[in-house]
Design a protein around this ligand. Structure first.
Ligand code: TRP
Length: 351
């Protein structure tokens, strides 16, 4: 069914401070690679950011800074803003407009089952914002405004992606008769394919190999930030938690050793090798030998990105112009989709 839709990638990243190695290896590296094969649209999702309390997203100054920081990370990592579209969500009004239409397609029951809402709302659900409940509908609008066929996300977003598929299917069904009349025999929205990046690229805390690397961990030693300088990166790798055994020579030997598994995984992801290949070279090594090798590799791969981010962030006007240009191009695509939606629904519009 998606065959008749041109292949297009869409993904979003929330504007939060402290972008770290997990964001880079789990998302951004894939975004860069996908530019070779697909038309790509990458969005800094500032409308999503305000679904949590102001004390959490930090207020206007922090939001501006974080939006520019994520954009700088995209560019520094190799996303080409000419070939791909890079923009921030709030500049394209279709995201909010299409969310309204999808609010009338999605069912309360579907949203009530979203585990991320339950987690983020916690015990005090009465006090969660309506926006937090509606978060997955906005995400569906992000994707479907561009009729994206492929969405790279981490496995924590799988349920949201299934909701986007359900919304597309229900819209196509509910309005099937009128959609066919308007000349779309395969439905108006594609049923998007998730590209789950999977556990291979899941980066865990350097202090606890069973917890995801996170910007909200109180210990800065738990993560490598994309803006860390070379000395800081090397020191964090040196201090990373390990066990006393040498590295195994097969990946089976990593199963019960979360910290060793994480460091080998990071080495593999940074070098573009498989874990097997890393263990072929480093199996039998003590951490006293492996850690310096990992630190060198991390510095080699990450410090140019940190440097480029600093250079870009020194000229916010330049970043803002890139986002503005991206927003104009995004608005052209999304606007066309939304005119089609209005036409299907019977909303009168001037031509
Ligand atoms: N919810 C995603 C996350 O937290 C971010 C996001 C918003 C997104 N809209 C999207 C991801 C559309 C992919 C496609 O990671």
């Amino acid at each position: 069914m998606t065959d008749t839709f041109p292949q297009r990638v869409f993904s979003g990243v929330q504007p939060t401070g402290n972008l770290h190695l997990g964001n880079y290896l789990g998302a951004i590296v894939n975004f860069v690679a996908m530019q070779k094969t697909y038309d790509c649209i990458y969005c800094v999702v500032d409308l999503h950011a305000i679904t949590v309390p102001i004390s959490v997203w930090g207020g206007p100054a922090a939001l501006k800074q974080a939006t520019r920081e994520v954009t700088a990370a995209f560019l520094a990592a190799g996303i080409d803003p000419v070939k791909s579209i890079v923009f921030n969500q709030s500049q394209v009004s279709t995201h909010a407009e299409l969310t309204w239409v999808f609010n009338c397609v999605a069912r309360m029951g579907w949203l009530s089952r979203m585990t991320q809402f339950k987690e983020k709302a916690g015990k005090d659900r009465e006090n969660a914002s309506v926006g937090l409940f509606d978060y997955p509908v906005l995400m569906a609008a992000d994707i479907l405004a561009y009729r994206a066929t492929h969405v790279p996300v981490g496995d924590d977003q799988k349920q949201h992606l299934e909701l986007a598929r359900d919304i597309a299917i229900k819209f196509n069904n509910d309005f099937g008769e009128w959609i066919a009349e308007k000349g779309h025999p395969n439905g108006f929205f594609p049923v998007t394919e998730p590209m789950i990046t999977g556990p291979a690229t899941r980066v865990m805390s350097l202090r606890d190999g069973t917890k995801k690397m996170s910007k909200s961990d109180p210990s800065d030693y738990s993560r490598i930030n994309l803006t860390d300088d070379a000395d800081t990166i090397a020191q964090k790798v040196r201090k990373a938690k390990t066990d006393p055994e040498p590295l195994p020579s097969e990946t089976d030997g990593l199963k019960t050793r979360p910290e060793a598994d994480n460091l080998v995984g990071i080495y593999a992801a940074l070098s573009g090798l498989s874990k097997e290949a890393v263990l072929r070279d480093h199996g039998g090594s003590q951490f006293s030998a492996f850690k310096p090798a990992l630190a060198d590799l991390a510095v080699e791969k990450l410090s140019p990105i940190a440097g480029e981010m600093r250079r870009l962030l020194a000229d916010p006007g330049h970043i803002d112009r890139i986002l503005g240009d991206g927003a104009n191009r995004a608005a052209a695509v999304a606007g066309e989709t939304f005119r089609g939606v209005k036409d299907i629904l019977g909303f009168l519009q001037s031509r």
